[in-house]
Design a protein. Structure first.
Length: 105
């Protein structure tokens, strides 16, 4: 993880955890606790998803450790988006080698 100069202590704390220097119990620093207990609403409620731009989404992410929780979060974020859900099924075949000797292909 790259840390800003102001986050050096936090970066060092993360390294200690990764190198198992923190023992069997890890105490999270106060900056890890949100004052708002609903990060989805905190990050996305002010966005108009009918006209959202990539710039508006830049810097907004929720990190977690497993796919099950990711799906829960994704489904809650989708509730903010207008319109009907559409599921696309991949019906294309992928290839991992070139089938032609022609460099224009």
């Amino acid at each position: 993880m790259r840390a800003l100069e102001s986050e050096r202590d936090f970066g060092a704390w993360l390294l200690d955890i990764g190198e198992k220097k923190s023992g069997s119990t890890i105490q999270l620093p106060l900056q890890c606790y949100l004052s708002i207990q609903d990060p989805i609403r905190q990050l996305y409620s002010d966005i108009d998803f009918s006209s959202v731009t990539p710039q508006e989404l830049k810097g907004r992410a929720i990190l977690n450790v497993n796919n099950e929780r990711s799906m829960e979060i994704n489904n809650k974020v989708l509730e903010f988006m207008p319109g009907n859900e559409t599921v696309f099924i991949n019906c294309f075949i992928a290839f991992d080698m070139i089938m032609s000797e022609d460099p224009q292909d």
